[in-house]
Design a protein around this ligand. Structure first.
Ligand code: URA
Length: 282
């Protein structure tokens, strides 16, 4: 006979489901192979569905397209991103409205301004950074501090303007003292990044630094293992390169980044203009 799950667990489960619904996930599959679930009874009975949990939404699984395996992730790992369907008609304003005055993770406590993203909503090229720093938090715009100035130079060296591309981050609120965002913060915020990327549907995604790369590729491998290589992200070309802040500390790595950006330029059909020194950004 089916057993009810404990009330506390049920409440947690409800909260988690409604969060997933907020971020656009409406279909759920049980992973029968996971050892984590081995101690649960074979069938989980949910209490009578409340308004938000209409069974119709949960029971009609649309087949997902066969996922392209990400070479960096073990094929047995569960991928949140692959399980998220594209939301038909999604747009940046809708995503921003869904984020709202976000308090979903602890980063909201130290926030001045949420930094959603900036640039061309139809960009062929999207840069993804880690999270806002002090200047970004103050202005509500991504990459406007020192690292941002270098990113702007990099974009211009590619023959583009900032307004031609889209720039955003894994987390939308500044981590205290610019620390690396923590796992729960990334997990809470990155589904909105995924929606942004789906809505923009760029040709190329450039991950700036390991947090962006590891988040989108769902890997723990260090960026040096795959920097400069073309990888797949939900059918889009993704390339990871060093973060501009790293370049400020290690200017000798600029040459490698410039080589990476030239690969991106080749895919986008961009050429270094004649008469303009093709050299790497200074
Ligand atoms: N570093 C980031 O990763 N993102 C920003 O927006 C600014 C600095």
């Amino acid at each position: 006979m089916a057993e009810r799950i404990p009330a506390v667990l049920e409440q947690e489960f409800r909260k988690r489901l409604s969060f997933y619904q907020d971020i656009g996930i409406e279909l759920f599959y049980r992973d029968r192979s996971s050892r984590q679930h081995a101690n649960l009874t074979e069938e989980i009975t949910l209490p009578k569905p409340a308004q938000k949990l209409q069974p119709a939404k949960l029971t009609v699984p649309t087949p997902l397209p066969a996922p392209k395996l990400n070479v960096l992730r073990r094929s047995s790992d569960i991928s949140l991103f692959e399980s998220m369907n594209k939301i038909a008609g999604d747009s940046l304003p809708k995503i921003l409205a869904d984020i709202g005055e976000c308090t979903r993770c602890k980063l909201h406590r130290g926030r001045t301004k949420l930094v959603f993203g900036d640039g061309n909503p139809k960009a062929e090229l999207v840069f993804v950074g880690e999270g806002p720093g002090r200047d970004e938090d103050a202005q509500g715009l991504p990459f406007v501090g020192r690292a941002g100035k270098l990113l702007t130079q990099m974009i211009e060296a590619m023959g583009l303007q900032r307004r031609d591309v889209y720039i955003c981050n894994v987390v939308k609120c500044r981590p205290p003292e610019n620390r690396t965002p923590e796992k729960d913060e990334v997990e809470t915020c990155s589904p909105f990044l995924l929606r942004q990327l789906d809505a923009i549907a760029p040709k190329v995604i450039v991950c700036l630094g390991s947090v962006a790369a590891q988040t989108l590729l769902e890997t723990n491998r260090g960026i040096s293992h795959f920097r400069g290589q073309w990888l797949d992200f939900r059918g889009k070309k993704l390339l990871a390169t060093y973060h501009p802040a790293y370049l400020l500390r290690n200017p000798s790595a600029k040459g490698e980044v410039w080589k990476d950006l030239q690969k991106v330029m080749a895919v986008l059909g961009l050429q270094v203009k004649k008469g303009q020194a093709p050299g790497k950004p200074s």
